[in-house]
Design a binder for this molecule. Structure first.
Ligand code: ME8
Length: 661
């Protein structure tokens, strides 16, 4: 039994979680579950990154203190991880005192090594990455950040510097002598080339930034957010606490594995700065840093600043978290980018889960119940083509899981399902039930089918924990506590099989696509560009039922798909060169306010709407108007002349973000 420490990045609290954050956490959870089943002692850590300029700015925009914003977003993370059944052993917030102690201790060790000095600092700074860039690294024109595509700002101040240059050679040596240190190989080569071209010392403090950890011994300086954030991997284990015993000694100083899972956007911080800090402090390095690719939408990285994120709520509500877990791991080649689409999601669900897994499981269970008095068949089988494929699949699955090649692991399991199906079709047990009754031959055939499904469900336990347990129950097998169950022969004989329940009801794709498109502008009678403006016709989904022809009636569920939320107008201004449009910033209870455009400038003056409570359609696809993005729509009625009347509650006190129904 080994010790295994696995971490996710700690997520910024200026954004609510989207499927990119979920992906990293699902990967960590899957690996943690797999290693626990394999017999390792595991510590799985996740958490939130709460300091820095970004958070300070986001909080100021919303008129709250940074810690209030952090508390709000952290509770969303906790909720979401609970819904996903994440099995983390620790959750660290960088605003916790135990974290500050860890940061201070790390800095003390770096300072003792003689690796800190004070010097003036100038350069191009992206506030979203909280990182300085060289001129060469920025996109031109406009000195734009390569990740956020936003202009970087020129910064000049007195800072503390870390002697990163001193670690150029040790880092190269480390990378060369530890082939698995940076994965995948392409990332390793990239980092190696970056280090080899020469490292400049790194500024590790900021002057005059209020929201952060004060730099020990240097009043007026705040610890650079990345030095602060990276230290979470130690502080969460108890580093810096008196005695430093507990998980820190076992999981960081012990001889087990230490795996950081990250997105490719934060490679340099993890593969260059972090190991250099650790080398300087005389501490062990992670054994492996694995960078995965990005989830894209419309060919761009999904991120709040680009405005193209997929939020998980609707998908989870409709399909449950396990289906999203499966999709994310099945669809992305770990290490490369992948594109999210609703169509791809429903196709994957129907073909893999409803059809291959669900149908096979319920078919064999139903036949076995019919043939053997409601129980699993009495006789197992040790010599058949399914077994041969199963043995190969088990080996492949294990190898792929060890390499974080989830797509390959899942593909292997599905090959076993395909083989089992072919085997059943060739032997037609449904006919044998009638022709020969509960014969030994029928017993072996159906037992093979159940056994194949049991093996697939066992392999799925780390990926879809709740669903895999349901599939195992459906084929009469218990949930195993160890990966030893991943061997041929585990299906018990003559145990009761439960009444089959639909595991994955098939989704009507056309209906699904129409439903998710329904609240969007394209499905409404209004032209797309006009849709986010209340002066436009009210979308069909919210038209009064009495006036609607019978064919256009919708049920309550469909209505509830339109997410109407209360909003409070924070700012409102006219849009230059437009006689109709007003630009609003509206608080709808999210981490950041929404920018919403509305065509009511002829009827309302901006200043009279600041502070107004309004009704926002919150789940509209964003639309561009006069080059500005509208992230929702305000509801309005019309007067007899067709002029908009903004809908506002008749008395104050509605909570921003509360649902309107
Ligand atoms: O960078 N596709 O936090 P963050 C895949 N606080 N993964 C994505 C993704 C996407 N479109 N978007 C985000 C930070 N991620 C720092 C980290 S660690 C000491 C500090 C995932 O909230 C991916 O893992 O911006 C990425 O590295 C992480 O979220 C960044 O989250």
């Amino acid at each position: 039994m080994g010790h295994f420490y696995v971490t996710t990045p700690i997520y910024y609290v200026n954004d609510l979680p989207h499927i990119g954050h979920i992906f990293s956490t699902v990967v960590a959870d899957t690996v943690a579950r797999y290693r626990r089943l394999a017999g390792d002692e595991v510590f799985f850590l996740t958490g939130t990154d709460e300091h820095g300029q970004n958070i300070e700015r986001a909080a100021a925009q919303q008129g709250v203190r940074p810690i209030e914003l952090a508390d709000r977003v952290v509770s969303r993370y906790h909720d979401l991880w609970r819904r996903f059944g994440m099995s983390h052993d620790g959750f660290i917030r960088t605003t916790e005192p135990r974290h500050r102690r860890g940061v201070e201790e790390l800095i003390r060790r770096i300072e003792d090594a003689g690796d800190l000095y004070v010097a003036p600092h100038e350069g191009w700074y992206c506030a979203s990455c909280e990182t300085f860039f060289t001129e060469k690294e920025l996109a031109m024109p406009g000195h734009r950040c390569p990740t956020h595509d936003r202009p970087a700002e020129w910064k000049s101040e007195q800072n503390l510097f870390f002697r990163l240059s001193r670690y150029e050679k040790p880092l190269l040596e480390w990378i060369d002598s530890h082939p698995g240190f940076i994965r995948p190989e392409t990332r390793r080569n990239e980092v190696r080339a970056f280090v080899a071209q020469g490292l400049r010392d790194l500024s590790v403090s900021r002057a005059g930034l209020g929201w952060g950890i004060p730099f020990p011994g240097h009043p007026g300086q705040t610890v650079y957010v990345w030095l602060d954030a990276l230290a979470n991997y130690l502080s969460a284990l108890g580093f810096g606490a008196p005695g430093e015993d507990g998980p820190y000694r076992t999981f960081w100083e012990g001889d087990g594995e230490r795996l950081h899972l990250i997105g490719k956007d934060i490679i340099r911080h993890h593969c260059v700065y972090w190991p250099a800090f650790l080398l300087s402090a005389g501490l062990p390095l992670p054994t492996s840093i694995w960078a995965h690719g990005w989830w894209l939408r419309d060919q761009k990285k999904m991120s709040k600043s680009v405005g193209n994120v997929v939020r998980p709520d609707d998908l989870i509500e409709r399909f449950g978290p396990d289906v999203l877990r499966y999709f994310l791991l099945r669809e992305m080649v770990f290490g490369q980018d992948a594109s999210f689409s609703d169509e791809g999601f429903v196709d994957r669900y129907n073909s893999d889960l409803a059809n291959d897994l669900g149908n096979t499981a319920s078919r064999v269970a139903t036949l076995a119940r019919q043939a053997f008095g409601g129980a699993t068949p009495p006789e197992p089988c040790d010599d058949n083509p399914v077994r041969t494929v199963a043995l190969a699949v088990i080996a492949e699955y294990r190898e792929a899981m060890a390499e974080l090649a989830f797509q390959d692991a899942l593909r292997a399991l599905w090959r076993l399902l395909a083989e089992a199906n072919q085997y059943l079709v060739a032997r037609e047990p449904w006919k044998l039930i009638r022709s020969e009754g509960p014969s030994p031959r029928l017993s072996r055939i159906l037992w093979n089918g159940l056994e194949a499904v049991r093996l697939v469900a066992t392999g799925l336990l780390p990926v879809m924990p709740e669903t895999a347990a349901r599939v195992l129950a459906a084929v009469g097998s218990p949930v195993p506590a160890s990966l030893d169950a991943l061997a041929w022969g585990g299906t018990p004989n003559g145990v009761p099989l439960p009444e089959p329940q639909p595991l994955f009801p098939r989704i009507d794709k056309e209906k699904f696509m129409a439903e998710i498109a329904a609240p969007a502008p394209a499905a409404s009678p209004a032209p797309p560009a006009a849709a986010p403006v209340p002066a436009a016709p009210v979308p069909a989904a919210v038209a009064p039922t009495a006036a609607a022809p019978a064919a256009a009636r919708i049920d309550i569920q469909r209505f509830m798909e339109v997410e109407l939320r209360m909003g409070r107008v924070l700012t409102c201004e006219a849009v230059p060169k437009s006689s109709k449009l007003l630009r609003f910033s509206v608080d709808i209870g999210e981490a950041a306010p929404r920018q919403i455009l509305a065509g009511i400038a002829r009827e309302y003056r901006p200043e009279e709407l600041v502070g107004a409570e309004v009704v926002v359609v919150a789940n509209l696809e964003p639309a561009k108007l006069m080059g500005l993005e509208s992230q929702g729509m305000l509801l309005a009625a019309t007067d007899p002349e067709g002029r908009p009347i903004l809908l506002r509650p008749h008395k104050p006190g509605a909570v921003p973000g509360s649902r309107v129904r």
